[in-house]
Design a protein around this ligand. Structure first.
Ligand SMILES: *Cc1c(COP(=O)(O)O)cnc(C)c1O
Length: 468
């Protein structure tokens, strides 16, 4: 390793002394999210040091192909100078001002207007947050307020889905349907309900995907009737359920959900935190699935992950009521509409348009990735390969002729993930489902490398299983 910490393969690592010191400090002082911290402290954290394009470099100077775009967010890839420039310019001009008390800043206004131009909503109005979780918490409060100011305070119950993921704050984790999250910290809060997910591979039984999609959508109607439509404020859902395992819903699902929400006058809130800004091959997952939402939630790809920023986008029905009849909104964050974050988001949207990145995914790299991803679906360890645009999953199963899981769920997926990492590929595993969400700028030759490395990891996992 040379002075700059450049490793033998030209990547950037940390000198051994520094690496050991950082790991020691991390173990002593840093609690990691979604991590068994005792186990991590014993093992030593991975430290990422640099990134460019679809690659990141770790402490040992190894170059890793990041097929998960950080955490579903680095859509433009690493090392985009324009984004750093946009942040620097705004920091020099005006690093902070709030949007309270009748004020705001130029980037916040421009970004609200740009989001309205792109979002599949008429005359959208944006409420800014610093994260997806805060945006979902804002939805819970503002949607209830929307009904209350129209004389319907009892229309306050909100329905989410089992294994949905909407973030980690109190309301967002309640609305999500992750059992492990509900098990910590006294969740869910009152007034939140869940229906089952349209996860055909895992739960579809002998039904066709289409019949199953309808059945799962109709659970929403049953739940609304059980609670009473006059008490249900909103249904909140991701177009594709991401964290749970990239559940791509059957074609029958969303049209039926839409019908049910309209029929019972329940607001349809679509969580586009993963799907927004090109992930499914269109600007928003709503467009891919033909959904007409009342409210949209965005974060992650909004800044390509370069700075924390989220937003709730209200369609005309809700936005106008909050504006005209909402009174003083008793809700907001110090960093709502943070000018530096908004400037970086504006530049992110400009790059997406200028470089026609979403069109390229739709016309070229998306179909290519789909073809190659489905090749992985022929591997003996894989029961299903599914993909929509630039987000996909592989189901690892003991017998690919049967849609059934490994008995000790999660062990094989974790092993496959670790082997992929040893081969220089970052994939995520949820139980035994391998998840894919590469930066949208990934090129064909990088897709080839990704598939080759994933195949090798599958082979190695299978060889280990055969050895027992
Ligand atoms: C990540 C995520 C969130 C939460 O966003 P944070 O910025 O982590 O708070 C909400 N919804 C979905 C679908 C997500 O993937």
């Amino acid at each position: 390793m040379d002075e700059a910490g450049r490793g033998s393969d030209g990547g950037y690592g940390l000198a051994p002394g520094r690496r050991a010191r950082l790991r020691r400090l991390d173990a002593a002082h840093h609690l990691h999210p979604f991590t068994d911290n005792r186990e991590l402290a014993a093992r030593g954290t991975r430290i990422l040091t640099h990134g460019e394009g679809v690659y990141v470099h770790d402490q040992d100077g190894r170059r890793l192909l990041d097929a998960f775009a950080g955490l579903w967010c680095v859509n433009l890839g690493y090392g985009r100078r324009e984004l750093a420039e946009a942040a620097r310019r705004q920091m020099e001009v005006l690093p902070y001002y709030n949007s309270f008390f009748g004020c705001t800043t130029e980037p916040a206004i421009e970004l609200a207007a740009e989001l309205a131009r792109h979002a599949p909503l008429e005359q959208a109005m944006a409420f800014f947050t610093s994260s997806g979780s805060e945006a979902i918490d804002s939805v819970v409060r503002l949607v209830r307020h929307f009904w209350a100011v129209q004389g319907k305070p009892e229309k306050s119950h909100i329905i989410g889905r089992r294994n949905g993921y909407h973030g980690s704050t109190v309301a967002a984790a309640s609305l999500g349907g992750m059992a492990a999250m509900h098990g910590q910290g006294g969740l869910p809060i009152p007034g939140i309900h869940h229906i089952n997910a349209p996860y055909w591979f895992g739960e579809g039984g002998s039904l066709s995907p289409e019949a199953f999609g309808l059945q799962r959508a109709r659970e929403l109607e049953e739940k609304i009737l059980e609670l009473g439509p006059q008490r249900v404020a909103a249904f909140v859902a991701e177009p594709i359920q991401g964290a749970a395992g990239v559940f791509i819903p059957p074609s029958t699902y969303w049209p039926e959900i839409q019908r049910i929400c309209r029929r019972h006058d329940v607001l349809l809130v679509v969580d586009e935190v993963i799907c927004g800004f090109g992930r499914t091959g269109q600007w928003f997952g709503c467009q891919t699935f033909g959904i007409e939402p009342d409210v949209l939630v965005v974060a992650k790809g909004l800044t390509s992950g370069y700075l924390p920023l989220g937003a709730v986008l209200f369609g005309p029905r809700v936005g106008r009521v909050l504006q005209e009849r909402g009174g003083e909104l008793a809700h907001g964050y110090t960093y709502s509409g943070h000018p530096v974050c908004c400037a970086v988001a504006l530049e992110t949207l400009r790059i997406l348009e200028r470089e026609r990145i979403i069109e390229r995914c739709q016309e070229d790299t998306g179909p290519y990735l789909a073809r190659r991803w489905h090749e992985l679906g022929t591997h003996p360890l894989v029961g299903e390969a599914r993909i929509c645009g630039m987000v996909g999953a592989l189901e690892l199963v003991p017998d690919r002729r049967v849609r059934a899981f490994f008995p000790d769920r999660g062990r094989v997926g974790a092993r496959c993930r670790d082997l992929a990492l040893q081969n220089g590929l970052i994939l995520r595993a949820t139980w035994d489902t391998m998840l894919l969400a590469p930066p949208l700028i990934i090129r064909r030759e990088e897709i080839d490398e990704l598939v080759e490395k994933a195949w090798k990891a599958l082979d190695q996992t299978q060889a280990e299983l055969a050895r027992g």
